[in-house]
Design a protein around this ligand. Structure first.
Ligand SMILES: Nc1ncnc2c1ncn2[C@@H]1O[C@H](COP(=O)(O)OP(=O)(O)OP(=O)(O)O)[C@@H](O)[C@H]1O
Ligand SMILES: [Mg+2]
Length: 357
């Protein structure tokens, strides 16, 4: 077990800067998820930790040792890729045993470790098969098993579930969670799927354009996003945003006009973006402390456990998450309200959250 620490990591390919001043620490038993849109630099961070990419500047420390210039094979780290990268001519057993054989570990020990991993990943019946005789999910489990048998001091995952169907994804996600509980090794997991990030990560690092936007627990990232990007990226359906202005202590945007919470008014900018999570808009009529309006309903999506209602207030499009029993049809008006002291506000100029006390 070892902690991983990135200190002011920067990476440039030719003239393009892809990582800017990346610093964070993964405790020796922590599960950290890197999340962000395609191209934001997630894989580059992971590959730098593994030693497959050389940082332009900055340092990487593992277990209190500066390993920035150490060869990948000396780093005691295992990495699982999206593409599995199994050896096609080797059996499942030999795929898992390969790294151990290279390390000259006794065949008894290898056999014990491979069989243990096979039990954990439900591969015991498949040990003699070749990768091409396996389903995608089984291949991915072999890749996970191969990483684990090495007993590495840290495990890195680069979108390991993205080739799996939804059900298998959910299943393997739970397996990875169980794996972490069992091994208690530092794990860094890359994904662009915010559900994976929220469910797997003890802490989440949200990235955009090679810059860290926020590092926090999943719930804090959801409840207290540092800026509009994080607020919009984490949560599905995404947060609704309404641009408006602060006029005499009130928020004004078209038909919406309400007094801003008193905790917000003191140093609030003039141009504000209001952020409403789909579940923060509630069906019903307004009570005194709430802000009510009519939603012009366009589309109703019953998903079983919830109902998503897409509509408009003026020109502004909104999505509302409702109880599945809500009676609502397209082309109607749905009375809704929200609590202005519970929703989100952003500085429209720099997109930072306006933090309330
Ligand atoms: N070898 C390379 N040469 C030049 N540019 C590169 C190289 N590798 C990556 N990049 C660029 O660096 C940026 C970050 O790439 P990276 O693979 O880290 O993104 P990512 O967040 O993992 O994206 P995805 O979710 O699509 O996998 C991208 O703009 C990419 O085009
Ligand atoms: Mg990637």
């Amino acid at each position: 077990m070892a902690s991983i620490e990135l200190r002011n990591l920067c990476k440039q390919f030719d003239k393009t800067i892809v990582l800017r001043d990346i610093s964070f620490t993964v405790r020796e038993d922590e599960f950290v998820v890197l999340v962000g849109p395609s191209g934001c630099g997630k894989s580059t961070i992971l590959r730098s930790i593994a030693g497959l990419e050389t940082p332009t500047s900055g340092e990487i420390w593992i277990g209190g040792k500066n390993i920035t210039n150490m060869q990948p094979r000396d780093r005691d780290i295992a990495m699982v890729f999206q593409s599995y990268a199994l050896y096609p001519h080797l059996s499942v057993y030999d795929n898992m045993a390969f790294g151990l054989k290279m390390r000259k570990i006794s065949s008894e020990k290898i056999d014990k470790r491979v069989k243990e991993a096979a039990v954990f990943f439900e591969l015991s019946e498949l040990l003699n098969r070749k990768p091409k005789q396996l389903s995608g999910g089984q291949r991915q489990r072999v890749a996970l098993g191969r990483a684990v048998v090495r007993n590495p001091s840290a495990l890195l995952f680069d979108e390991p579930l993205s080739n799996l169907d939804a059900k298998l994804r959910a299943h393997t996600r739970t397996e990875i969670s169980r794996l972490h509980k069992r091994l208690k090794t530092a794990m860094v997991y890359v994904t662009h799927d915010q559900i994976e990030a929220m469910t797997l990560g003890e802490r989440i690092v949200v990235l955009k354009d090679g810059v860290i936007q926020q590092i926090d627990t999943p719930l804090n990232v959801y409840r207290k996003p540092s800026n509009k990007f994080v607020a919009g990226f984490i949560g599905s359906p995404a947060m609704n945003f309404i641009s408006g202005a602060r006029i005499n202590g009130a928020f004004q945007a078209g038909a919406l006009n309400f007094a801003l919470p008193s905790t917000l008014v003191s140093d609030c900018p003039d141009r504000i973006t209001l952020g409403l999570r789909p579940e923060q808009i509630v069906v019903g009529t307004n009570s005194s402390s709430k802000v009510g309006f009519d939603l012009n309903v366009d589309v109703v999506e019953p998903i079983g456990n919830e109902l998503l209602v897409y509509g408009r207030i003026g020109e502004q499009e909104l999505v509302v998450r409702c109880d599945p029993r809500t009676e609502v049809v397209p082309d109607s008006r749905l009375p809704v309200f929200f609590d202005p002291s519970a929703v989100h506000y952003f500085d429209a100029t720099n997109e930072r959250s306006i933090v309330r006390d």
